[in-house]
Structures are given as structure tokens and as C-alpha cells.
Design a protein around this ligand. Structure first.
Ligand code: 6PG
Length: 243
């Protein structure tokens, strides 16, 4: 299925539209009394979406979400590099999501143990599809200039994992331990959304969306939901090489 590509003039326009669509889906689940299961991405770009969502704290349906993270840096939750920490500061401290519905990755424990524990938690809290793989409603992802996504880095063994839903990896530059969703879990989702802004990402975005050979080594190019929807929300600078 070809990706659903949306290009916006500004990151703010992008965040407004994405928040609108996400909240419309939440409303549907609220009406149907079904929990919406989501996984947030890390890095700096999601901050703009968190800020936009925080504007809607008064909504009645925040209790109908289960929040996970598609990857984490193995640091304590109050560490400046914590993906959970960023989301907490900008979004979770602003909107009434019940704490039992927030499933952060325990970045303060050994990564292998955290990966097993988080996989168990996901299997417990997220309904599985007929193939036995948990099926998130939304998985948000970012994109690195090297084509990495979540903490799936080019050339990493974690890309080849077929029998696990979470994996321990290492950041190739810093050596920092990371915990990441694996491709089988990501590609099982109902909707996978790449959120990408800035001209520094324009080459990698074009390589992937134009399926240039150079994208074969990009982990983000391997994000191809089995039956779900793949959406790219990008701003004009990030789309500048698509012409
Ligand atoms: C992380 C991420 C990573 C991120 C990209 C883009 O924990 O670092 O999950 O995959 O999404 O590196 O990061 P920026 O949004 O900061 O450019």
C-alpha cells in the first residue's frame, strides 16, 4: 500500500492537523468505549505535537488511551535525554490521562531486562492480531538523517529480529543503550505515522519515498505495515527534495 503523504507549510500546521486527526480517532474510541493504544516516538520533533495536544486538556476522553513509547534512551525518567521525560513535561503533566494508562520504558534498569519486561507489558495491555503480534492503533515514529527510526539503526542486528517485539540496541555514535520496538511490532499497527520536519531530513525523506536504492539500508524504509495505514506528515523543508 503506498504511503499517505501530507506536506505542510509549517511544523505548527502539521501539528494542528495531526492532533485534529488523532483526537477525532480518540473520540471514536471514546464513543465505542474502547481503549486507544498508542506508542509515542522519541527525539525532539514530537514536542510540537505534544504542545498541540496539551491545548485540549478539557476533553472528556483522555481516559481512553493507553500510552507506550516506540523507543527509549536507557536513562532515568528525569534525565534530559529521556523520551518519557519530554512527553511528561509537555503533555502528560497537562492532560488527565490516568497514570495506570501510562506505560513508560524503565530506562533506569538494565536494557535486556527492560526489553523483556516491556514486551510482557505490551502483550498484557495491547490486543494481539490473529498472528499473535500485539496490534497498536497508532505508532508514531521519527526519522534520523541516517534513515534510522525508533532505535533501529542502519546495519543493526535488531533489524533482522523476527521473533521479538522489543529489542535492546545501542546508539552507533554514542554507544548509549536503547530499547526499541522491532519491525514486526511496528508493521502490525493499524496506523504508523512518521512525523518529520526540517531541511536536514529532505534527502533521506526523498530517498525513502522515491524508493531510491540508497534507501535499502534505511531502517525507516522497512516500515511497511502489513495491513495498516502508513502516513508521512512532513513540512515543506523536509519535502524539498521530493520535486
Ligand atoms: C530517539 C528517537 C529517534 C528520533 C530520530 C529523530 O529516541 O532518538 O526515537 O528515532 O525519532 O532520531 O530525532 P529528532 O526528532 O530529534 O530529529
Amino acid at each position: 500500500m503506498s504511503p499517505n503523504l501530507k506536506i505542510f507549510s509549517t511544523p505548527e500546521d502539521l501539528a494542528r492537523e495531526l492532533a485534529f486527526e488523532f483526537l477525532a480517532d480518540l473520540q471514536k474510541n471514546y464513543t465505542a468505549s474502547e481503549m486507544l493504544t498508542i506508542a509515542l516516538s522519541g527525539g525532539s520533533t514530537p514536542a510540537l505535537l505534544f504542545r498541540e495536544l496539551a491545548l485540549y486538556a478539557q476533553r472528556p476522553d483522555w481516559g481512553w488511551i493507553k500510552i507506550f513509547w516506540s523507543d527509549e534512551r536507557m536513562v532515568p525518567p528525569d534525565h534530559p535525554q529521556s523520551n518519557f521525560g519530554l512527553a511528561k513535561k509537555i503533555l502528560l503533566d497537562e492532560v488527565p490521562i490516568p497514570p495506570p494508562n501510562i506505560f513508560r520504558i524503565p530506562g533506569e534498569i538494565p536494557v535486556e531486562e527492560a526489553a523483556e519486561r516491556y514486551a510482557r507489558l505490551i502483550r498484557q495491555e495491547v490486543p494481539s492480531s490473529e498472528n499473535g503480534i500485539p496490534q497498536f492503533d497508532w505508532i508514531f515514529l521519527g526519522l534520523g538523517e541516517d534513515g534510522h527510526t525508533a532505535s533501529l539503526f542502519p546495519g543493526s542486528d535488531s533489524l533482522l529480529i523476527a521473533d521479538k517485539i522489543c529489542a535492546a540496541t545501542t546508539h552507533p555514535g554514542s554507544g548509549q543503550p536503547r530499547l526499541t520496538f522491532t519491525l514486526p511490532l511496528i508493521n502490525q499497527a493499524r496506523r504508523v505515522v512518521f512525523l518529520v520536519t526540517g531541511s536536514s531530513k529532505s534527502k533521506v525523506v526523498a530517498d525513502i519515498l522515491k524508493q531510491r536504492p540508497s534507501s535499502s539500508t534505511y531502517p525507516a524504509a522497512a516500515v511497511q505495515p502489513l495491513r495498516g495505514e502508513l502516513c508521512w506528515y512532513i513540512d515543506k523543508p523536509a519535502a524539498s527534495d521530493l520535486k
